[in-house]
Design a protein around this ligand. Sequence first.
Ligand code: URA
Length: 236
Amino acid sequence: MERLQKYIADCGVASRRKAEELMLKGYVEVNGEKVTELGTKIDPEKDEVTFKGKVLKPEKKKVYIMLNKPEGYVTTARDQFGRPTVMDLIKDVKERVVPVGRLDYDTSGLLLLTNDGDIVYKLTHPKNEIDKVYEAKLFGVPDSNTINLFRRGITIDGKKTSPAKIELLKVDGRFSWCNITIHEGRNRQVRKMCQAARHPVASLRRIAEGEIYLGDLKKGSWRYLTDKEIRYLKEL
Ligand code: URA
């Protein structure tokens, strides 16, 4: 059960306070009867609410979420092997959001989730060429040949990738840390490119998608996108 003025507000008619005024003016009917009592509760599933004779339906609120996905989670809603899914980490989100694209089971980092189909389409459609930046821990240290190889594209699964960028950040013993930027979303693309370049991935983390950055969000935590981030996505 839900307060009538909240329901009217959720339908996008007016703020809750304004909705109370509209009720008092006699514009609101529930199941064909005028309701002016402000404490009235309704069952959104069963009751029909009208405003000036028009049936009201709740607006579907659009939500935009960033999750820092830990390793050991799948990005599908259900897994055939019963492994944990990213949905387990966003249980307190009421809206039915879906992941925007995928991250491998063993990859961590930035994963966007939303119920806004337009944004899913914009971010995942290859023609939009949205840059995705991954921080990779690699075996060995890529030299200038490797950097050029990434720039030219690397053949994986029989098909050459689009030009990619690899930037060496630091070296420690047998390992190096690099930022790798791609805009395609082929299956295990970064891992396969690095493997083909003879610098297999030890660990992989996505840190940016377009101008949306993971920042210092803790692993396993999520947050709503800021208005600025949402504006950026809508303007893509
Ligand atoms: N490339 C990969 O290899 N894995 C990911 O999860 C994303 C990009």
